[in-house]
Design a protein around this ligand. Structure first.
Ligand SMILES: Nc1nc2c(c(=O)[nH]1)N[C@H]1C(S)=C(S)[C@@H](COP(=O)(O)O)O[C@H]1N2
Ligand SMILES: [Mo]
Length: 418
Protein backbone atom coordinates (compact mmCIF):
# COMPACT_ATOMS: atom_id res chain seq x y z
CA UNK A 1 0.00 0.00 0.00
CA UNK A 2 1.49 3.34 -0.89
CA UNK A 3 1.61 6.11 1.68
CA UNK A 4 -1.14 8.17 0.11
CA UNK A 5 -3.51 5.19 0.03
CA UNK A 6 -2.60 4.39 3.62
CA UNK A 7 -3.19 7.94 4.67
CA UNK A 8 -6.52 8.13 2.86
CA UNK A 9 -7.63 4.94 4.64
CA UNK A 10 -6.51 6.29 7.96
CA UNK A 11 -8.28 9.55 7.43
CA UNK A 12 -11.29 8.32 5.48
CA UNK A 13 -13.79 10.79 6.85
CA UNK A 14 -11.63 13.80 6.93
CA UNK A 15 -10.43 13.24 3.40
CA UNK A 16 -14.00 13.20 2.17
CA UNK A 17 -14.62 16.40 4.08
CA UNK A 18 -11.36 17.73 2.78
CA UNK A 19 -12.22 17.19 -0.85
CA UNK A 20 -15.64 18.72 -0.26
CA UNK A 21 -13.89 21.69 1.26
CA UNK A 22 -11.69 21.90 -1.77
CA UNK A 23 -14.70 22.54 -3.98
CA UNK A 24 -15.64 25.41 -1.74
CA UNK A 25 -12.09 26.73 -1.85
CA UNK A 26 -12.07 26.63 -5.66
CA UNK A 27 -15.34 28.53 -5.72
CA UNK A 28 -13.91 31.11 -3.34
CA UNK A 29 -10.89 31.53 -5.56
CA UNK A 30 -13.10 32.14 -8.59
CA UNK A 31 -15.22 34.63 -6.78
CA UNK A 32 -12.07 36.54 -5.84
CA UNK A 33 -11.38 36.85 -9.55
CA UNK A 34 -8.15 34.81 -9.45
CA UNK A 35 -7.68 32.78 -12.66
CA UNK A 36 -9.07 29.24 -12.38
CA UNK A 37 -6.02 27.67 -13.94
CA UNK A 38 -4.46 26.71 -10.62
CA UNK A 39 -7.73 25.76 -8.97
CA UNK A 40 -8.66 23.30 -11.70
CA UNK A 41 -5.84 20.91 -10.81
CA UNK A 42 -4.85 21.38 -7.21
CA UNK A 43 -5.14 17.72 -6.29
CA UNK A 44 -1.68 16.35 -7.05
CA UNK A 45 -0.03 18.97 -4.87
CA UNK A 46 -2.53 18.51 -2.11
CA UNK A 47 -2.26 14.72 -2.29
CA UNK A 48 1.49 15.01 -2.07
CA UNK A 49 1.21 17.25 0.96
CA UNK A 50 -1.33 15.01 2.70
CA UNK A 51 0.60 11.85 1.83
CA UNK A 52 3.58 13.19 3.73
CA UNK A 53 1.71 13.41 7.03
CA UNK A 54 2.96 10.87 9.53
CA UNK A 55 0.51 8.87 11.66
CA UNK A 56 -0.56 10.54 14.89
CA UNK A 57 0.95 7.82 17.10
CA UNK A 58 4.69 7.17 16.97
CA UNK A 59 6.43 3.79 16.89
CA UNK A 60 8.22 3.46 20.27
CA UNK A 61 11.58 3.14 18.47
CA UNK A 62 10.87 6.20 16.36
CA UNK A 63 10.57 8.56 19.35
CA UNK A 64 13.30 11.12 19.60
CA UNK A 65 15.41 10.27 22.59
CA UNK A 66 16.40 12.69 25.36
CA UNK A 67 18.58 10.70 27.75
CA UNK A 68 21.39 11.83 29.98
CA UNK A 69 24.07 9.59 31.42
CA UNK A 70 27.53 8.30 30.59
CA UNK A 71 26.99 5.62 29.52
CA UNK A 72 23.34 6.25 28.67
CA UNK A 73 21.50 3.62 30.73
CA UNK A 74 19.60 2.14 27.78
CA UNK A 75 22.87 1.53 25.94
CA UNK A 76 24.32 -0.71 28.68
CA UNK A 77 24.85 -4.35 27.68
CA UNK A 78 22.12 -6.80 28.84
CA UNK A 79 24.15 -8.24 31.73
CA UNK A 80 24.84 -4.81 33.14
CA UNK A 81 21.18 -3.89 32.73
CA UNK A 82 20.27 -6.89 34.87
CA UNK A 83 22.78 -5.91 37.52
CA UNK A 84 21.37 -2.36 37.50
CA UNK A 85 17.72 -3.41 37.81
CA UNK A 86 16.93 -2.29 34.26
CA UNK A 87 15.09 -5.47 33.24
CA UNK A 88 11.63 -6.63 34.29
CA UNK A 89 13.14 -9.51 36.29
CA UNK A 90 15.67 -7.41 38.14
CA UNK A 91 13.66 -4.17 38.58
CA UNK A 92 13.20 -2.91 42.16
CA UNK A 93 11.61 0.33 43.30
CA UNK A 94 12.44 1.96 46.62
CA UNK A 95 9.80 4.19 48.26
CA UNK A 96 11.51 5.97 51.12
CA UNK A 97 11.62 9.13 53.25
CA UNK A 98 13.90 12.02 52.28
CA UNK A 99 16.78 11.88 54.78
CA UNK A 100 17.22 15.69 54.75
CA UNK A 101 13.56 16.72 55.11
CA UNK A 102 11.98 13.57 56.48
CA UNK A 103 8.22 13.17 56.77
CA UNK A 104 6.67 10.19 58.52
CA UNK A 105 6.76 7.10 56.34
CA UNK A 106 5.52 4.11 58.34
CA UNK A 107 6.54 1.33 55.97
CA UNK A 108 9.51 2.47 53.90
CA UNK A 109 10.30 0.05 51.09
CA UNK A 110 13.98 -0.40 50.32
CA UNK A 111 16.49 -2.82 48.88
CA UNK A 112 18.30 -2.86 52.25
CA UNK A 113 15.14 -4.00 54.06
CA UNK A 114 14.40 -6.49 51.29
CA UNK A 115 10.91 -5.09 50.70
CA UNK A 116 11.42 -2.92 47.60
CA UNK A 117 8.63 -3.24 45.04
CA UNK A 118 9.34 -5.68 42.20
CA UNK A 119 7.78 -6.01 38.76
CA UNK A 120 5.51 -8.89 39.76
CA UNK A 121 4.06 -6.78 42.59
CA UNK A 122 3.58 -3.89 40.14
CA UNK A 123 1.69 -6.21 37.78
CA UNK A 124 -0.47 -7.35 40.69
CA UNK A 125 -1.41 -3.73 41.33
CA UNK A 126 -1.98 -3.36 37.58
CA UNK A 127 -4.68 -6.05 37.59
CA UNK A 128 -6.83 -3.79 39.69
CA UNK A 129 -5.59 -0.27 38.96
CA UNK A 130 -4.03 -0.11 35.47
CA UNK A 131 -4.93 2.94 33.36
CA UNK A 132 -4.03 4.01 29.83
CA UNK A 133 -4.08 7.39 28.19
CA UNK A 134 -2.79 9.11 25.08
CA UNK A 135 -0.07 11.69 25.54
CA UNK A 136 2.46 13.52 23.47
CA UNK A 137 5.98 13.56 24.96
CA UNK A 138 7.61 16.95 24.47
CA UNK A 139 10.92 18.23 25.80
CA UNK A 140 10.51 21.69 27.33
CA UNK A 141 13.93 22.70 25.98
CA UNK A 142 13.46 21.34 22.46
CA UNK A 143 9.84 22.34 21.96
CA UNK A 144 8.53 20.02 19.25
CA UNK A 145 7.06 16.64 20.20
CA UNK A 146 9.43 13.67 20.56
CA UNK A 147 6.58 11.24 19.92
CA UNK A 148 3.06 10.36 20.89
CA UNK A 149 1.67 7.16 22.32
CA UNK A 150 -0.78 5.39 24.58
CA UNK A 151 0.95 5.00 27.94
CA UNK A 152 -0.15 2.33 30.40
CA UNK A 153 0.67 2.09 34.07
CA UNK A 154 -0.43 2.02 37.70
CA UNK A 155 -1.28 5.34 39.39
CA UNK A 156 1.76 6.37 41.43
CA UNK A 157 -0.50 6.95 44.47
CA UNK A 158 -1.22 3.19 44.63
CA UNK A 159 2.51 2.50 44.99
CA UNK A 160 3.05 5.26 47.53
CA UNK A 161 0.11 4.05 49.64
CA UNK A 162 2.03 0.80 50.26
CA UNK A 163 4.69 2.80 52.11
CA UNK A 164 1.99 4.30 54.40
CA UNK A 165 2.95 7.99 54.19
CA UNK A 166 2.21 10.32 57.11
CA UNK A 167 0.42 13.69 57.14
CA UNK A 168 3.58 15.68 56.63
CA UNK A 169 4.48 14.45 53.14
CA UNK A 170 4.32 17.61 51.02
CA UNK A 171 6.14 16.58 47.89
CA UNK A 172 7.24 13.50 46.00
CA UNK A 173 10.52 13.44 44.19
CA UNK A 174 11.73 10.61 42.04
CA UNK A 175 14.69 9.54 39.98
CA UNK A 176 16.00 6.65 37.94
CA UNK A 177 19.14 4.65 37.43
CA UNK A 178 22.13 6.96 36.87
CA UNK A 179 25.22 4.74 36.85
CA UNK A 180 25.53 5.19 40.65
CA UNK A 181 27.04 8.63 39.99
CA UNK A 182 25.23 11.34 41.99
CA UNK A 183 26.21 14.01 39.44
CA UNK A 184 24.42 11.99 36.73
CA UNK A 185 21.12 11.86 38.61
CA UNK A 186 18.14 13.23 36.64
CA UNK A 187 15.44 14.12 39.12
CA UNK A 188 11.90 15.44 39.03
CA UNK A 189 9.17 16.17 41.58
CA UNK A 190 5.48 16.82 42.10
CA UNK A 191 3.28 18.09 44.92
CA UNK A 192 1.78 15.20 46.91
CA UNK A 193 -1.64 16.70 46.07
CA UNK A 194 -1.13 16.12 42.32
CA UNK A 195 -0.13 12.52 42.92
CA UNK A 196 -3.14 11.81 45.15
CA UNK A 197 -5.85 13.58 43.13
CA UNK A 198 -6.31 14.25 39.43
CA UNK A 199 -7.39 17.77 38.45
CA UNK A 200 -10.48 17.92 36.24
CA UNK A 201 -10.28 15.63 33.24
CA UNK A 202 -6.62 14.71 33.70
CA UNK A 203 -5.41 11.11 33.94
CA UNK A 204 -3.34 10.10 36.97
CA UNK A 205 0.43 10.28 37.24
CA UNK A 206 1.53 6.70 36.54
CA UNK A 207 4.37 4.26 36.99
CA UNK A 208 4.33 3.27 33.31
CA UNK A 209 5.36 -0.13 31.94
CA UNK A 210 3.71 -0.22 28.47
CA UNK A 211 3.69 2.06 25.44
CA UNK A 212 1.34 1.43 22.51
CA UNK A 213 0.51 -2.01 23.87
CA UNK A 214 4.13 -3.24 24.15
CA UNK A 215 6.37 -3.50 27.19
CA UNK A 216 8.16 -0.20 27.62
CA UNK A 217 11.53 -0.51 25.89
CA UNK A 218 14.78 0.39 27.56
CA UNK A 219 15.16 3.42 25.27
CA UNK A 220 11.76 4.75 26.38
CA UNK A 221 12.70 4.27 30.04
CA UNK A 222 11.72 0.66 30.66
CA UNK A 223 11.08 -1.42 32.54
CA UNK A 224 9.26 1.40 34.40
CA UNK A 225 9.14 5.17 33.98
CA UNK A 226 6.97 7.86 35.48
CA UNK A 227 4.54 9.53 33.06
CA UNK A 228 2.98 12.84 34.13
CA UNK A 229 0.06 13.46 31.74
CA UNK A 230 0.15 17.26 31.65
CA UNK A 231 3.91 17.63 32.12
CA UNK A 232 6.75 18.27 29.74
CA UNK A 233 9.15 15.35 29.24
CA UNK A 234 11.45 16.16 32.15
CA UNK A 235 8.68 15.20 34.63
CA UNK A 236 8.50 11.70 33.12
CA UNK A 237 11.58 10.08 34.64
CA UNK A 238 12.93 6.98 32.92
CA UNK A 239 14.45 3.81 34.46
CA UNK A 240 12.63 4.61 37.70
CA UNK A 241 14.36 3.28 40.82
CA UNK A 242 13.47 5.68 43.67
CA UNK A 243 10.40 7.52 44.91
CA UNK A 244 11.35 9.83 47.76
CA UNK A 245 8.68 11.31 50.03
CA UNK A 246 9.68 14.66 51.44
CA UNK A 247 8.56 17.44 53.74
CA UNK A 248 10.29 19.91 51.40
CA UNK A 249 7.61 22.28 50.07
CA UNK A 250 9.20 23.23 46.74
CA UNK A 251 10.50 21.73 43.51
CA UNK A 252 13.98 20.24 43.33
CA UNK A 253 13.90 19.10 39.69
CA UNK A 254 17.07 18.82 37.63
CA UNK A 255 15.36 21.06 35.05
CA UNK A 256 15.07 23.83 37.68
CA UNK A 257 18.88 24.00 37.62
CA UNK A 258 18.62 24.56 33.83
CA UNK A 259 16.61 27.75 34.40
CA UNK A 260 13.24 26.31 33.44
CA UNK A 261 9.77 26.90 34.89
CA UNK A 262 9.28 23.40 36.24
CA UNK A 263 5.60 23.79 37.14
CA UNK A 264 4.52 24.57 33.58
CA UNK A 265 1.93 22.28 31.95
CA UNK A 266 2.04 21.58 28.21
CA UNK A 267 1.27 24.54 25.91
CA UNK A 268 -0.68 24.55 22.65
CA UNK A 269 1.07 25.48 19.42
CA UNK A 270 0.84 24.84 15.69
CA UNK A 271 3.61 24.00 13.24
CA UNK A 272 3.73 23.21 9.54
CA UNK A 273 4.64 19.75 8.29
CA UNK A 274 4.42 20.42 4.60
CA UNK A 275 4.59 24.03 3.55
CA UNK A 276 6.02 24.85 0.14
CA UNK A 277 9.02 27.16 0.07
CA UNK A 278 8.11 27.99 -3.51
CA UNK A 279 4.65 28.31 -5.05
CA UNK A 280 3.26 29.22 -8.46
CA UNK A 281 1.52 32.59 -8.72
CA UNK A 282 -2.28 32.51 -8.56
CA UNK A 283 -2.38 28.80 -7.72
CA UNK A 284 -3.87 27.61 -4.44
CA UNK A 285 -1.23 26.59 -1.92
CA UNK A 286 -1.66 23.31 -0.02
CA UNK A 287 -0.32 23.43 3.54
CA UNK A 288 -0.41 20.74 6.19
CA UNK A 289 0.76 20.74 9.78
CA UNK A 290 0.29 19.47 13.29
CA UNK A 291 -0.68 21.11 16.53
CA UNK A 292 0.26 20.16 20.05
CA UNK A 293 -2.88 20.39 22.16
CA UNK A 294 -1.78 21.77 25.50
CA UNK A 295 -3.63 22.10 28.78
CA UNK A 296 -5.63 25.02 27.32
CA UNK A 297 -6.95 22.93 24.40
CA UNK A 298 -7.17 23.95 20.75
CA UNK A 299 -10.33 25.42 19.21
CA UNK A 300 -8.77 26.59 15.95
CA UNK A 301 -5.63 26.49 13.87
CA UNK A 302 -4.98 29.54 11.73
CA UNK A 303 -2.61 30.52 8.97
CA UNK A 304 -1.40 33.93 7.83
CA UNK A 305 0.73 34.52 4.76
CA UNK A 306 2.09 38.04 4.82
CA UNK A 307 3.89 39.82 2.00
CA UNK A 308 7.42 40.77 3.06
CA UNK A 309 6.73 44.23 1.63
CA UNK A 310 4.27 44.83 4.45
CA UNK A 311 5.37 45.94 7.88
CA UNK A 312 4.39 43.97 10.95
CA UNK A 313 1.43 45.60 12.69
CA UNK A 314 2.71 47.97 15.36
CA UNK A 315 1.74 47.69 19.00
CA UNK A 316 0.78 44.03 18.46
CA UNK A 317 3.83 41.97 19.43
CA UNK A 318 1.90 38.69 19.44
CA UNK A 319 0.17 39.39 16.10
CA UNK A 320 -3.23 39.04 17.72
CA UNK A 321 -4.91 41.24 15.14
CA UNK A 322 -3.31 39.99 11.92
CA UNK A 323 -5.67 38.73 9.17
CA UNK A 324 -5.45 35.07 10.17
CA UNK A 325 -7.46 32.50 8.15
CA UNK A 326 -8.88 29.34 9.70
CA UNK A 327 -7.33 26.03 8.59
CA UNK A 328 -9.18 22.75 8.85
CA UNK A 329 -8.48 20.58 11.88
CA UNK A 330 -8.41 17.00 10.60
CA UNK A 331 -10.80 14.55 12.24
CA UNK A 332 -9.39 11.73 14.37
CA UNK A 333 -7.81 9.07 12.16
CA UNK A 334 -9.33 5.64 11.55
CA UNK A 335 -5.90 4.11 11.98
CA UNK A 336 -3.60 5.51 14.58
CA UNK A 337 -0.23 3.98 13.72
CA UNK A 338 2.50 3.78 16.35
CA UNK A 339 2.47 -0.03 16.25
CA UNK A 340 -0.83 -0.17 18.18
CA UNK A 341 -2.49 -3.57 17.79
CA UNK A 342 -4.79 -3.39 14.74
CA UNK A 343 -3.93 0.29 14.46
CA UNK A 344 -6.64 0.97 17.05
CA UNK A 345 -6.82 2.62 20.45
CA UNK A 346 -6.95 -0.19 23.06
CA UNK A 347 -10.20 -0.60 25.00
CA UNK A 348 -10.46 1.26 28.29
CA UNK A 349 -8.17 4.07 27.26
CA UNK A 350 -9.11 7.22 29.19
CA UNK A 351 -10.82 9.77 26.96
CA UNK A 352 -11.91 7.22 24.30
CA UNK A 353 -15.22 5.37 23.96
CA UNK A 354 -15.67 1.57 23.69
CA UNK A 355 -15.05 1.64 19.95
CA UNK A 356 -11.80 3.56 20.41
CA UNK A 357 -13.12 6.95 19.25
CA UNK A 358 -11.95 10.03 21.14
CA UNK A 359 -14.69 11.51 23.32
CA UNK A 360 -13.37 14.99 22.61
CA UNK A 361 -11.36 16.30 19.66
CA UNK A 362 -8.90 17.93 19.58
CA UNK A 363 -8.03 15.96 22.71
CA UNK A 364 -5.89 17.76 25.29
CA UNK A 365 -2.27 16.64 25.72
CA UNK A 366 -2.18 14.98 22.29
CA UNK A 367 -1.25 15.95 18.76
CA UNK A 368 -3.56 16.65 15.83
CA UNK A 369 -3.16 17.36 12.13
CA UNK A 370 -4.50 20.28 10.14
CA UNK A 371 -4.57 21.20 6.47
CA UNK A 372 -5.56 24.11 4.33
CA UNK A 373 -5.62 25.17 0.74
CA UNK A 374 -4.60 28.80 0.82
CA UNK A 375 -5.88 30.95 -2.06
CA UNK A 376 -3.31 31.75 -4.76
CA UNK A 377 -1.03 34.75 -4.31
CA UNK A 378 0.69 37.27 -6.57
CA UNK A 379 4.39 36.98 -7.34
CA UNK A 380 6.52 38.05 -4.40
CA UNK A 381 8.21 37.08 -1.16
CA UNK A 382 6.10 36.12 1.81
CA UNK A 383 6.23 34.83 5.37
CA UNK A 384 3.92 31.98 6.32
CA UNK A 385 2.83 31.81 9.95
CA UNK A 386 0.50 29.45 11.80
CA UNK A 387 -0.93 29.48 15.30
CA UNK A 388 -3.43 27.77 17.58
CA UNK A 389 -6.35 29.38 19.35
CA UNK A 390 -7.06 27.73 22.70
CA UNK A 391 -10.46 26.84 24.11
CA UNK A 392 -10.72 30.22 25.81
CA UNK A 393 -10.15 31.96 22.48
CA UNK A 394 -6.58 32.99 23.31
CA UNK A 395 -4.11 32.95 20.42
CA UNK A 396 -0.63 31.43 20.60
CA UNK A 397 1.87 32.35 22.10
CA UNK A 398 -0.42 33.74 24.80
CA UNK A 399 -1.39 33.21 27.56
CA UNK A 400 2.13 32.00 28.47
CA UNK A 401 4.66 33.44 26.02
CA UNK A 402 7.75 32.85 28.20
CA UNK A 403 10.13 30.42 26.53
CA UNK A 404 11.32 28.95 29.84
CA UNK A 405 7.88 27.51 30.46
CA UNK A 406 7.80 25.75 27.07
CA UNK A 407 7.76 26.51 23.37
CA UNK A 408 4.80 28.45 21.98
CA UNK A 409 6.43 31.00 19.64
CA UNK A 410 4.63 31.50 16.33
CA UNK A 411 6.40 29.58 13.55
CA UNK A 412 7.57 31.59 10.52
CA UNK A 413 8.42 30.03 7.16
CA UNK A 414 9.68 31.87 4.08
CA UNK A 415 7.60 31.46 0.92
CA UNK A 416 8.48 32.65 -2.58
CA UNK A 417 5.65 32.94 -5.12
CA UNK A 418 6.73 32.97 -8.78
N1 LIG B 1 16.24 9.00 34.02
C1 LIG B 1 16.04 9.93 33.08
N2 LIG B 1 14.77 10.23 32.75
C2 LIG B 1 14.52 11.16 31.80
C3 LIG B 1 15.59 11.85 31.17
C4 LIG B 1 16.91 11.50 31.53
O1 LIG B 1 17.90 12.02 31.00
N3 LIG B 1 17.10 10.53 32.48
N4 LIG B 1 15.31 12.85 30.25
C5 LIG B 1 14.00 13.51 30.44
C6 LIG B 1 13.69 14.47 29.43
S1 LIG B 1 14.45 15.98 29.57
C7 LIG B 1 12.77 14.22 28.44
S2 LIG B 1 12.33 15.42 27.37
C8 LIG B 1 12.11 12.89 28.32
C9 LIG B 1 12.29 12.30 26.93
O2 LIG B 1 11.61 11.09 26.79
P1 LIG B 1 11.94 10.09 25.60
O3 LIG B 1 13.43 9.90 25.52
O4 LIG B 1 11.18 8.84 25.89
O5 LIG B 1 11.44 10.72 24.31
O6 LIG B 1 12.62 11.95 29.25
C10 LIG B 1 12.89 12.48 30.55
N5 LIG B 1 13.23 11.44 31.48
MO1 LIG C 1 13.57 17.39 28.10
Amino acid sequence: MNRLQQFLNEHEQLTRRYFLGLGAASAAIMSQGVPRAGAAEPLPELDAAIAKLETIMTLPDAFQDVSRGDPIPHELPEDRKSAAGLTRDSWRLEIIADAEHPPAVRRPMSQADGNALDFAALQQLAEKHAVRFAKVMTCLNIGCPLGMGVWEGVPLRELIALARPGDDVRRVFYYGYHNDQPEQMFRSSLPMARVLEDPFDLPPVIACYKLNGEWLTSARGGPVRIVVPEGYGFKSIKWLTHVVLTNLPYANDTYADDGNDVESPLKSFAATLNAPQMAAANAPIPITGYAQVGIGGVSKVQVWIQSDREELPSGDPYLMNAPWRDAEILAPPQQWGGGLPENKIPTNTLGFDESGKPRTWPMRLTKIHWATLHPGLLTGEYTLRCRTIDEKGIGQPLPRPQRRSGHAAIEQMPLVVK
